[in-house]
Design a protein around this ligand. Structure first.
Ligand code: SAM
Length: 329
C-alpha cells in the first residue's frame, strides 16, 4: 500500500524532528527565551514510526529539530534507520538538517552510519552578522568547519539553507553566491514564512525569488536548471558551470500541488502540512498499545486528509498550531 492523499499526491518524504531544543536563537525563529518545549521520545519510538511509514512507501527520511545534533545517540539512530528497506527493497535516503554548530566532529560517524546528505542552515557568511542572527558568539567558524567536514566525509552535495529577511541580510545574496563557488556547496535561499515565535512576518519582509535571481545576476549570470516535480527548490547554475544556487519560494511560487511530505514532531504527532492547524497524536496511540496494523490505519486516514495548500498572505490566514522550531523545519 502506498500513501496518497485525497488530491492524488503520493507521499514519500518523511521529516522527523527528534528534539525541539536548539542551541541557536535565530532572531526570525525564536523569541530569545527557550520557548515552550515539547517532549522528546526515545529513538526506538521514532524508529517504529519510521519502519511503519517506510512500509507505506516513504523513501526519504530527513532528521531535523530544533537542533537534531543536540540528541545523544543520533549516530546509532541513523544506523538503525539505514537498516530499513523501502517497498523497492532499498535503503531509505537519509538526510539531516542542522545548524552545523556541532557537525564537524560527527559528520564522518554519521556518514559511516548511513547518512546520505546534510543541509546546513546559515543566514550570513560574515561572522559578525552570523552572531547577531543566531544570538550565539563565535558560531560561524564552527559551522564552516562542519560544512567542510561534511564535504570531506562525502556527504555530497552539501546544501546550505539561507532565510533572507528584508533590511536584515539581503545584502548577503552575492556573498552567498561567492561562498557556493568557493566552498563547492549548493546554497538555497528560502522565502521567509509566517512560522516564527514572534509573529513579525509581513509580506514586505519576504525577499522573493525574482529579486534574488535579479540580484545574483548582478554578480554573475545564472541559468535555470531542470528540477524534479516534487523538488521544492528552483535550481540555477552560474553560466561558467561553477556553483549552484537554489531558491525555495513557498510564498511567491507555492509548490503545495507537488508536496510529497509528512512530518513527525519530537513528541510524536503526525503533521500533514507545515501550516496545519492541528496535528495527530500517533505516539498516544502507540503508548496505549496499538498494533502496527492499527497505527497503519491511523496514518492512512490522516494522510488522506492532508491540506490542499497553505494560505500565506491571504485574508483570514490562520497561523499554524506550532512555530517552525517546534514542528521541525
Ligand atoms: N536547527 C536546524 C537548522 O538550523 O537547520 C533544524 C531546524 S530549523 C527550524 C530548519 C530550517 O528552518 C532552518 O534553515 C531555518 O532557517 C528555517 N526556518 C526557520 N524559521 C523559518 C521561517 N519562518 N521561514 C522559513 N524558514 C524558516
Amino acid at each position: 500500500m502506498f500513501l496518497t492523499d485525497k488530491f492524488g499526491r503520493s507521499i514519500h518524504d518523511l521529516r522527523i524532528s527528534i528534539t525541539d531544543r536548539c542551541n541557536y536563537r535565530c532572531v526570525y525563529c525564536r523569541t530569545g527565551t527557550n520557548g515552550a518545549a515539547y517532549a522528546e521520545l526515545p529513538f526506538e519510538d521514532y524508529l517504529r514510526m519510521a519502519r511503519i511509514l517506510v512500509g507505506l512507501g516513504i523513501t526519504k527520511i530527513r532528521l531535523t529539530g530544533g537542533e537534531p545534533l543536540l540528541r545523544k545517540g543520533i549516530v546509532e539512530f541513523v544506523r538503525d534507520l539505514a537498516k530499513l528497506r523501502t517497498l523497492q527493497g532499498q535503503k531509505p535516503e537519509i538526510a539531516l538538517t542542522t545548524n552545523g554548530h556541532l557537525l564537524a566532529e560527527i559528520a564522518q560517524p554519521l556518514k559511516d552510519a548511513g547518512l546520505d546528505r546534510v543541509t546546513v542552515s546559515m543566514d550570513a557568511v560574515d561572522p559578525e552578522r552570523f552572531a547577531r542572527i543566531t544570538r550565539v558568539p563565535n558560531g560561524y567558524e564552527s559551522v564552516l568547519a562542519g560544512v567542510r567536514a561534511s564535504r570531506q566525509a562525502g556527504l555530497d552535495p552539501v546544501k546550505i539553507n539561507c532565510v533572507l529577511l528584508r533590511g536584515f541580510n539581503e545584502d548577503q545574496i552575492i556573498p552567498f553566491g561567492m561562498f557556493a563557488r568557493e566552498e563547492r556547496v549548493v546554497v538555497r535561499f528560502i522565502e521567509f514564512m509566517p512560522l516564527e515565535e514572534d509573529r513579525v512576518w509581513t509580506p514586505e519582509i519576504v525577499v522573493r525569488l525574482d529579486e534574488i535571481v535579479r540580484r545574483m545576476a548582478e554578480y554573475l549570470p545564472l541559468e535555470e536548471m531542470a528540477h524534479e516535480r516534487s523538488e521544492t527548490a528552483r535550481r540555477y547554475r552560474f553560466h561558467d558551470g561553477v556553483g549552484e544556487i537554489g531558491i525555495i519560494a513557498p510564498v511567491s511560487h507555492p509548490f503545495c500541488g507537488h508536496c510529497s511530505r509528512i512530518r513527525i514532531t519530537s513528541d510524536g504527532k503526525l503533521r500533514t502540512c507545515l501550516f496545519s492547524a492541528w496535528d495527530h497524536d500517533l505516539h498516544e496511540l502507540m503508548r496505549r498499545g496499538a498494533t502496527d496494523e492499527k497505527l497503519t490505519e491511523f496514518i492512512v486516514e490522516v494522510v488522506e486528509k492532508k491540506e490542499e495548500r497553505h494560505h500565506i498572505g491571504e485574508p483570514g490566514f490562520v497561523p499554524a498550531s506550532r512555530t517552525m522550531v517546534h514542528i521541525g523545519g
